[in-house]
Structure formats: structure tokens, C-alpha cells
Design a protein around this ligand. Structure first.
Ligand SMILES: Cc1cc2nc3c(=O)[nH]c(=O)nc-3n(C[C@H](O)[C@H](O)[C@H](O)COP(=O)(O)OP(=O)(O)OC[C@H]3O[C@@H](n4cnc5c(N)ncnc54)[C@H](O)[C@@H]3O)c2cc1C
Length: 368
């Protein structure tokens, strides 16, 4: 750094990416960090805030791609620490045994082999319909609880959060965070980080046309007896069971590109439940399973909600770059950290670390 002056950084977006990035900057020291966002973790669930809808589990989709693998591994290390018994955020995580089945055999080394306790499932233990399976230890995340944990950690360390709907990057570059709460007193900004998820498609100054939604629909059920994670991937469906520490279980799912429909479709819920009870009969209450083979009618009484979210996908994956914008009297670096698709939680800390490096390099370049 070239100066000891405290720098003012604005993070745009308060989803898992904005919150993790804001915390990562704040915890470096030497910055005051403000978040500006239209939707916050404390709001009711809405289609404008994907992070509330995620399962979520840490099961990397990196498929061996080096940058994404490192991002996911770095995040896993942080989650493992946070989820430790007595750890800082133990209540947000469940450490568990995960099985990933597939209708196709995976040749060569499996890209998930770095997870603890990794094993290929023996043929005689494969579930019906599976041709291949692996098992390992990982974590699931109670996403509403975890985003609120991140928010409270950020606020407790002196961060500020301002609700605002930003039309163009220049509004913040010139006016800072405070113009959204106190328009008479614009505040200075030394740099910005854009973590707007699907909002990057329309945000003025970014308008990234390679960003698109992958709609995912899920059903939340109450089944505290389920303590393991299980997924089956086939060529056109993806069915998963993700238990949370609260005893709720996320059952999914769907992935439909460019489907903007904002609420659950009842026929999709039926399809998800049918696939889920086949994959995991243990979803039904134990007393029913003791008497007969369960059906989806045994799961209906324990449904809490159905819903959907728009995974913020991007053609080339996460955009981690610096773009310069002209402010009132200087150029301001704007770091981008969006486009996490189906992996926002499991890549949150790793991508935030790269965003912080980009931010600090650009501040050195601009001699701020
Ligand atoms: C059904 C489903 C299951 C999933 N399962 C998993 C999983 O198991 N593991 C995993 O890692 N990921 C999972 N995901 C993906 C994960 O949810 C996303 O990748 C992640 O939530 C993206 O976070 P984000 O912060 O980029 O976006 P969001 O959470 O959408 O946050 C965006 C923020 O930007 C703000 N914003 C946007 N535009 C503007 C603007 N113009 N002005 C002001 N504020 C703005 C919004 O208000 C919000 O605060 C799942 C997603 C779905 C839908």
C-alpha cells in the first residue's frame, strides 16, 4: 500500500458473494466498507435474492478446471473451520456423509477425490438406477441462517449496510454509498466491488449480456431424521437431498436455462417429490417406513414451502476483473465478482480472496 489513509470501499450486493467479499476486505484492515444492496438477508425470500433459495451443499462442479477447483477448495477449508464443533458458525452448517450417484460411469480420476473420506461406491452398494457413485464428507449450509450470520459479523466489525437500487455504477463512483441514505451528503469512494449476481445483466455500466439465469426449483420439508446428503445425476435430471442443521431438508431440483418464471410451478413440485422419494425413501417419517413402502403422499404433510431461485450463471464462469470508471476527480477501480451460477456458496471465500487481491493491486496502481 502507498498510504496509511483508510480507504472507502463500496460493495454492491448483499447476497453470499457481496457479504463474503465485504468481510474479506474488512478483515484485511485499512478499509471502511459499505454494502449497498436492493435486497438484504433479513428480507423475506424473493426472486431478486438467489442466496436464500440455495440448498446448499459443498459439492464442487469444477470438474478439474484449475481456477475453479482452487476457489472451491479454499472455500471448503473456511467452511470446515466455521462448521467445527464450537466453531464460529457451527449452527449454520451440518457436516455429513455425502453420496453422489450418476447414471453414467465416470472414467479416470474423479474430480471430487480431494474431499475428506472420498471413496468410490462398490457396485453392490449402488442405489437402483445408478451406474457409478462416490461418497465423501462435506458440509451443507442453512443459507438464510448463514447469510444472516455473515451480515451480523460484518456489522459487528463496523461495516455499514445501505439499502439502495443502483441504476448505474457511476451513481456510486461519484456519490458513494451514502447518497442512497442521505442524498445531501455524498461520500467519497476509493474503489467498488460489484457482486450483483443476476443483476449484472442489467446494471448500468456493467450490462453483461453473457449473464443468464438457470432456474432452480426446490421443496423444503421437515425431516430431522435425515442426516446424510444424496444426489443422483442423469442426463436430463438432477435430484438431491440436502439436510440442514435445523432439521429442515431441501429437496430438488431443476436447472432450466433462461427460465425467468419467478414462483414454484406445482407440476414441477410433483415431479421433484416423485424423484426424491425414489432416491431417498428415508424422507418419509420412520413410523410410516416401518409399516409400508413410502410414497409422495407420505411426504406432503411435512412440506414447509416450495420455491425457486435464479442461479446467476455466466458464459465464461465467474467474472473476476477490474474495470476503471471516471469519478468526479479521479478514476475509480471497480472489481467484478459475479456469475457464480450453481456454486455461489461453495466458491464464496475463494472468489472473494481473488477479488481482494485485484482490489489491492488496483489501489496500488491508482496510488490511492
Ligand atoms: C435451487 C438452488 C440451489 C442451489 N444450490 C447451491 C448449492 O448447493 N451450493 C452452492 O454453492 N450454490 C447453490 N446455488 C447457487 C447460489 O445460490 C448462487 O450462486 C448464489 O446465491 C449467488 O449469490 P450472489 O450473491 O451472486 O447473488 P444474490 O444472492 O442474488 O445477491 C445479489 C445481490 O445483489 C443485489 N443487487 C443486484 N442488482 C442490484 C442493483 N442494481 N442495485 C442494488 N443491488 C443490487 C441484490 O439485491 C442482492 O443483494 C443454488 C441456487 C439455487 C437457485
Amino acid at each position: 500500500m502507498t498510504t496509511n489513509r483508510v480507504r472507502h470501499i463500496v460493495v454492491l450486493g448483499a447476497g453470499v458473494i457481496g457479504l463474503t467479499t465485504a468481510l474479506s476486505i474488512q478483515e484485511r484492515g485499512g478499509y471502511t466498507v459499505s454494502i449497498v444492496a436492493e435486497a438484504l438477508p433479513t428480507d423475506p425470500k424473493s426472486i431478486k435474492y438467489t442466496s436464500h433459495w440455495a440448498g446448499a451443499h459443498h459439492v464442487s462442479h469444477a470438474k478439474g478446471e484449475p481456477r475453479q477447483t482452487k476457489i472451491d477448495q479454499d472455500t471448503f477449508r473456511v467452511f470446515w473451520e466455521l462448521s467445527a464443533p464450537g466453531g464460529r458458525a457451527e449452527h449454520c452448517f451440518m457436516r455429513l456423509h455425502q453420496s453422489e450417484f450418476s447414471t453414467k460411469v465416470v472414467e479416470g480420476e474423479n474430480s471430487l477425490s480431494w474431499y475428506p473420506d472420498f471413496k468410490v461406491v462398490e457396485q453392490n452398494r449402488l442405489i437402483p438406477g445408478a451406474a457409478y457413485g462416490v461418497e465423501f464428507s462435506t458440509v451443507t449450509i442453512d443459507t438464510p441462517a448463514y447469510t444472516n450470520y455473515l451480515l451480523s459479523r460484518f456489522l459487528a466489525a463496523g461495516g455499514s449496510v445501505i439499502r439502495g437500487s443502483v441504476q448505474h455504477i457511476n451513481q456510486v463512483v461519484e456519490g458513494g454509498a451514502r447518497i442512497f441514505s442521505d442524498p445531501k451528503r455524498p461520500s467519497p469512494v476509493d474503489a467498488m466491488v460489484v457482486c450483483t449476481g443476476i443483476g449484472a445483466l442489467t446494471l448500468g455500466g456493467i450490462e453483461d449480456k453473457t449473464v443468464y439465469p438457470i432456474r432452480g426449483q426446490t421443496v423444503l420439508i421437515r425431516a430431522p431424521w435425515v442426516k446424510f446428503g444424496r444426489t443422483i445425476n442423469s442426463h436430463n435430471t438432477w435430484t438431491y437431498i440436502i439436510p440442514r442443521p435445523s432439521g429442515d431438508v431441501i429437496v430438488g431440483g431443476t436447472r432450466v436455462e433462461n427460465d425467468w418464471y419467478p414462483i414454484a410451478r406445482s407440476e414441477t413440485t410433483e415431479d421433484i417429490l416423485k424423484r426424491a422419494i425414489t432416491l431417498c425413501p428415508e424422507l418419509a417419517p420412520p413410523e410410516i417406513r416401518a409399516k409400508c413402502t413410502p410414497t409422495i403422499d407420505d411426504v406432503r404433510p411435512i412440506i414447509i414451502e416450495e420455491g425457486c431461485g435464479h442461479r446467476p450463471a455466466r458464459k465464461d464462469g465467474i467474472r473476476l476483473e477490474v474495470v476503471w470508471f471516471q469519478g468526479k476527480d479521479k478514476k475509480v477501480p471497480v472489481v467484478t465478482n459475479y456469475g457464480h451460477g450453481a456454486s455461489g456458496f461453495q466458491s464464496s471465500w475463494g472468489s472473494a480472496a481473488i477479488a481482494v487481491e485485484l482490489l489491492e493491486d488496483s489501489l496500488i496502481k491508482s496510488k490511492l
